[in-house]
Design a binder for this molecule. Structure first.
Ligand SMILES: Nc1ncnc2c1ncn2[C@@H]1O[C@H](COP(=O)(O)OP(=O)(O)OP(=O)(O)O)[C@@H](O)[C@H]1O
Ligand SMILES: [Mg+2]
Length: 542
């Protein structure tokens, strides 16, 4: 509104996504010199790429706008001032950035450059690689891989991800399908002409076997239309056909112009069919421009795990294949990184005091970042970390923190303790949500809770505020403000409000609280392979 133009002008959606993720919009003042510097700075602060650089409270923004107004009324001018001065005070914000992972980020990006053929500038060097990221739960595997998404999109790569679920191991290819569903949704936002090109490419690659793919990823039909039936085969041949056709399907999306990165999280819960497909992709001499990244917990992994077999199979298949697999082992943060995280969170340079707190939290958490951030949040919630307005600094009493025994819980106890502080309605919503899985949507949760979606969303609100559950998109606000009937979101049927647990450990903690494991088979997707129609079908309800 101030400049009379949009922040970015991009021709294709991928470029626009790239702008949103990676490009800084021009400052309003650089487009309209009459806009005061202070106003321009406020807009730029609102547009900052990293969440913690933006305003953290409406009060902080109001303070700045009122300062502008007061100056304008008093002198007819707005002088420069630092935007966001009154904004942060008193809010505990743990920076989103990763500490101590520079080498690992560089290794992932180097692999991306290798498979893209960027390093050698010749196609003959482009290829396929599998990088495994392993480490203890909460050590930062998922965060690390997601960190490279931005630079990869910046280089016009497609980055897609899927997550294996502990309780859905009986659904083959679940995580791969999840990843490609999101890719198809991305493609569907492209121009009609580009969708037409995808259609031609997909039809050429899939031939008469399109249905093999559309059966598992129905979204593909939106691009290539309904597909003819495929002949019925025996189970083994059927799986072979699936793998062959899926490989052709993937080859459509791997090109020099747009290499593909597929991140498969929580491989410790992968099904054997997915592992077989990964093996085929990595050993295929024709695969190019493809980087597979897999993360797994090494603490839930034995020497007999099928993934070990997959790795051995790949290495056995041929010379040079061992170079196609590498492993990044994530270690805990060291004391200096813990200290850096704490001093940046508390915005304090008082190094001796910070050092003592860092040592206490480091010893307690052994440098596990998930545990560490949970512990810092709990200290804040329990008023053991308090912002002192007069001095403008965070205060804590080390003796007090030690005395209260909070640092003696393990991570699951710590989260369980936070869950117990929630209202009973929130605890009960979490209990049912944990039975559905790591991700769940409001519609299903409302059905199993036997409540309206609005009521269910309200029950979840406290868990959201406590950071135990995260919304998958901003849609979660709709049922909270929707004034419609109590029974449902009539008129908003298309809105799918999704949530996920902060971590698998939150799900574990819910189980701890309710004292029975998250085992409710009828709530889980228990698909079975129906040989007759060659489809994965949910069981017939009893
Ligand atoms: N290097 C880091 N610096 C700061 N914080 C980090 C770092 N790595 C992870 N974290 C924090 O720890 C939390 C847990 O990280 P993440 O979910 O990536 O762990 P994980 O290894 O994938 O765990 P899981 O095995 O449960 O999937 C993140 O939400 C983030 O806040
Ligand atoms: Mg993870």
């Amino acid at each position: 509104m101030l400049t009379g133009e949009l922040p970015f002008s991009a021709i294709d959606p991928l470029e626009l996504v790239h702008c949103h993720i990676a490009k800084i919009a021009p400052a309003p003042r650089s487009l309209q010199p009459e806009i005061p510097e202070a106003i321009s700075a406020i807009v730029m602060k609102l547009l900052a790429k990293t969440a913690e650089d933006r305003y953290q409270s409406a009060d902080g923004l109001r303070f700045d706008l009122e300062t502008c107004l007061a100056q304008l009324q008093a002198s007819g001018n707005i002088s420069d001032f630092t935007a966001g001065n009154a904004d942060r005070a008193g809010q505990l914000l743990i920076p989103q950035k990763l500490y101590g992972r520079e080498t690992e980020v560089a290794a992932l990006l180097a692999a991306f450059n290798r498979v893209s053929g960027v390093e050698n500038k010749t196609d003959s060097h482009a290829g396929v690689e599998l990088i495994l990221v392993s480490g203890y739960s909460g050590i930062g595997k998922s965060c690390l891989v997601n960190e490279v998404q931005k630079p990869i999109v910046r280089q016009r790569g497609y980055f897609i991800s899927g997550k294996f679920d502990q309780f859905k191991r009986n659904i083959p290819y679940a995580s791969l399908i999840q990843a490609f569903q999101s890719l198809i949704r991305q493609l569907l936002t492209e121009s009609a002409a580009s969708i037409q090109t995808w259609k031609q490419k997909l039809l050429a690659a899939l031939g008469t076997n399109g249905k093999v793919v559309t059966d598992v990823i129905p979204e593909v039909e939106l691009i290539i239309g309904k597909q003819p039936e495929v002949p019925q085969l025996a189970p083994t041949e059927s799986q072979n056909r699936f793998n062959r056709v899926f490989k052709q399907f993937i080859s459509v999306f791997t090109a020099k112009k747009h290499p593909l990165v597929v991140f498969l999280d929580d491989l410790q819960w992968a099904d054997s069919a997915s592992l077989k497909l990964i093996e085929l992709l990595v050993t295929d001499s024709e695969s190019k421009y493809l980087l597979l990244i897999g993360a797994y917990r090494d603490n839930e992994f034995s020497a007999t795990h099928p993934l070990i077999q997959t790795i051995e199979n790949i290495q056995k298949t041929g010379a040079g294949l061992s170079e196609k697999i590498s492993n990044i082992v994530l270690n805990p943060l060291d004391l200096s990184h813990v200290e850096q995280l704490i001093s940046e969170t508390l915005e304090s340079k008082n190094s001796e005091k910070i050092q003592l707190l860092a040592e206490l939290l480091f010893n307690k958490t052994q440098g596990n970042p998930f545990f560490l951030t949970q512990l810092i949040r709990t200290l804040y919630q329990e008023n053991l970390l308090v912002y002192d307005f007069p001095s403008g600094a965070w205060q804590w009493d080390l003796g007090h923190i030690q005395a209260i025994g909070i640092t003696d819980c393990n991570v699951v106890e710590l989260i369980a303790r936070n869950i117990r502080k929630l209202p009973l309605s929130a605890q009960s919503a979490l209990k049912l949500a944990a039975c559905i899985g790591n991700r769940f949507n409001l519609e299903v949760l409302a059905i199993v809770s036997e409540k309206s979606q609005k009521e269910t969303a309200l029950s979840l609100w406290d868990a959201l505020q406590a950071g135990l559950v995260l919304p998958l998109s901003n849609d979660y606000k709709i049922p909270l403000v929707f004034e419609g009937s109590e029974t449902g979101l009539s008129g908003l049927q298309d809105v799918r409000v999704g949530y996920r647990f902060l971590s698998q450990k939150s799900t574990a903690a819910v189980c701890n609280v309710v004292r029975h494991p998250a085992k409710e088979p009828n709530l889980r997707s228990n698909c079975q392979f129906n040989k007759k129609c060659e489809k994965w079908r949910p069981p017939v309800p009893k």
